[in-house]
Design a protein around this ligand. Structure first.
Ligand code: C2E
Ligand code: MG
Ligand code: MG
Ligand code: MG
Length: 270
């Protein structure tokens, strides 16, 4: 360590930073083979109607069990996949898996409908042929009207907004629903929401889980504006009966959270 200090390389010998770099590049490298090596799988979480708690749709969430490192959270590996470019392949694979899982439930669906929501990264959305891929995926027995894509507020970045607008209007034309995820944590503005064909807003769980006066005011305002714009509001992170009742009283349309079901392997609950 004394040696390192004298040569001014002390930062490279910091084991914490080195461990971080190694883990990140390990993950980036191993992700490329993760599909082929069958380490990835999807789980599904129900989203229910606030009024009667009937299943409205389910969200598909990606899981990765690394052979040496064990389960890795998507909060960690999705950003790695975005940086390293493998998100496009992963994302396409998730959409295929999601549609297969939803199609498998169709025969048992009461009204012949099963809606499935998939998270889509900005990078994935901006592929030249993304809309064509959705068209193909929804032309083999699973209707585009039953597919939802969830986008985070990163799609509102000024640099990409024209491209985003174009692709969203194309996707909307196919019949696919567009939801804004983690609303309130990023860049969204209501003027942006107005310009884009948005069907629903998912209020981030941070606003739901701490029931203080400010968060309540924010939820009330979001619901008020969304109703005027004819956009649905979904609350995520509902863990208690009190939270569910509060959200329904505030006018939220749909609820998602551990209270109604944890993310589980397809075919187990939803
Ligand atoms: P998200 O899309 O906002 O998904 C909701 C997250 O909240 C999930 O975390 C879910 O497991 C968690 N959650 C659901 N109900 C509750 C609850 O009652 N309490 C708490 N504390 N948490 C709850 P998860 O599965 O770890 O995913 C984290 C994020 O990773 C997702 O947030 C999404 O942004 C991203 N992600 C997951 N799968 C994919 C994917 O296939 N593609 C892309 N691009 N992103 C994905
Ligand atoms: Mg989501
Ligand atoms: Mg979310
Ligand atoms: Mg999130």
């Amino acid at each position: 360590a004394g040696e390192a200090k004298r040569t001014g390389c002390v930062v490279f010998f910091n084991p914490g930073i080195r461990a971080q770099l190694t883990r990140k590049s390990t993950l980036a490298q191993d992700l490329r083979m993760a599909i082929a090596n069958r380490q990835l799988f999807i789980v599904c979480q129900p989203i229910v109607s606030a009024a009667d708690h009937q299943l409205a749709s389910f969200e598909v969430l990606l899981r990765w069990t690394h052979p040496e490192l064990g389960p890795i959270s998507p909060a960690e590996f999705i950003p790695v996949a975005e940086e390293s470019g493998s998100i496009v392949e992963l994302g396409d694979w998730v959409i295929g898996q999601a549609i297969a899982a939803a199609a498998a439930l169709l025969p048992r669906a009461a009204d012949g409908r099963v809606k499935v929501a998939v998270n889509v990264s900005l990078h994935q959305l901006l592929q030249d042929d993304f809309a064509d891929k959705l068209l193909l995926a929804t032309s083999q027995g699973f209707a585009a009207e039953n597919l939802i894509i969830e986008l985070t507020e990163s799609v509102f970045h000024e640099n990409e907004i024209d491209m985003v607008k174009q692709v969203l209007f194309r996707i909307k034309q196919l019949g696919v629903e567009i939801h804004i995820d983690d609303f309130g944590t990023g860049y969204s503005s209501f003027s942006r929401i107005c310009q884009l064909p948005i069907d629903a807003i998912k209020i981030d769980k941070a606003f739901i889980q701490s029931a203080d006066e400010k968060n309540t005011a924010i939820i009330e305002a979001v619901v008020f504006i969304a109703q005027r714009l004819k956009i649905r509001v979904i609350a995520e992170g509902i863990e208690t009966v009190e939270q569910a009742q509060r959200m329904q009283a505030l006018g939220v349309n749909e609820l998602q959270g551990y209270l109604f079901g944890k993310p589980q392997l397809p075919g187990t609950t939803v």
